[in-house]
Design a protein around this ligand. Sequence first.
Ligand SMILES: [Zn+2]
Length: 125
Amino acid sequence: MTEAGGILVGCYRGPHVEITECSEPLRRDRRSRLRFDRDDPGHQDLAKRRWKESGRVLTFVGEWHTHPESLPSPSSIDLNTWREVSRKNAAGSTVFLIRGYHAWWAGLASGRTLTRLSVIEPDAD
Ligand SMILES: [Zn+2]
């Protein structure tokens, strides 16, 4: 198994970030057992395409990737990468999601501040 990831596309509505779509791993991404590097330009192309099609409503709002652990938490590499991604995202706040085997880790970055978001998991039963 190798790790997976992609971007989140959506829109900003007042204080809300609405995610409407995510991209999936593409051919030129670098995937290993412990790491996912979003190197394929296709992710950004998707965001640009949606931006045009929607009349500048839909845009890049964040990114997601998987971790090979039950309850995921961001690595120091994640935090460094996110700081950079958030800094470049002038459109608004940036959503960061990590999917582990049994749970999500979710955060919202505004400027230099990363806030962990609580995740409401669906009932198991
Ligand atoms: Zn990670």
